[in-house]
Design a binder for this molecule. Sequence first.
Ligand code: PBG
Length: 329
Amino acid sequence: MPAFPSTRMRRVRQADWSRRLAREHALSSDDLIWALVISDSGKAREAVPSMPGVDRLSPAEAAKAAVQARDLGIPALALFPHIDPAKKDAGGSECLNAAGLVPETVRAIKAAAPEVGVIVDVALDPFTDHGHDGLLEDGVILNDETLDLLVKQALLLVDAGADVIAPSEMMDGRIGAIRDALEDSGHTDTLLLSYAAKYASAFYGPYRDAIGTATALQGDKRTYQMDYAGSVEEALREVELDLEEGADMVMVKPGMPYLDIVAAVRAEFGVPTFAFQVSGEYAMIAAAAQNGWLDRDRAIIESLTAFKRAGASGVITYFAPEAAKLLAQ
Ligand code: PBG
């Protein structure tokens, strides 16, 4: 490339029309999955203090949100439950309650807006009194015993009408176990969105507050979630295994600090690849905006567009309705 002054990179940037012409990446409402926090408290809405602008919703409010999602062109919702602490136990038994919060909310959403995709997490942490994603014995997570429970949880959620099962607990072998059970029970069209490369991260802090596991969590999740200082190849192996076991789509989580992983996964496999703009990323933008330190609207759209540039097919985000409204302006 000839050097300055025959090359002046700013020529293309000089006007709105030339910037628009040269632009490569666009965010649309089709790229958004709305992360929705739901609660069995009986109240319609409760604010989440560490996530200003996010409320925990009752099933009826979640159904209204689904209608809103449909009207805004948001393809899908992902549900995260806040369970009454009195219902929690060491085995997470509430996750198998067919009349529990998540199945009830799935049914309410499907009745109100059947054309909106419903994604549900499969993991035990909202339901266990120790806050871990798997069964715990003497401080050790029991991988294989947990799988049986995850399979039952997944089948129960599919029966409630969930379109996408999203295992988020990082147990080995869970995608294969759930896929086999789905095939055996005739649910051949259920989608599996695997949290394939999920890191043990400080950025989940506000989420654990939102779903009420922050104070309960004993220890940390580093024996199952990935080490953020690990290799990109480790992430690729995780994704490859999940695809071999039957995942249709994969996710990288957290999002913005892990765009290198998103780009590598996308380049290697070319499968639908999602990123999760997690609670801590939400909180950082929301808190800085509240202080007048950055422009909330611009930070939302810039951060979400960066995921697209990195190669993400879409983004799970608590900003989804706000972003869709901004994009429609
Ligand atoms: C765990 C789970 C986590 C999130 C969703 N499912 C985090 C964790 O505690 O490991 C995080 C979501 C967020 O931070 O927004 N099953």
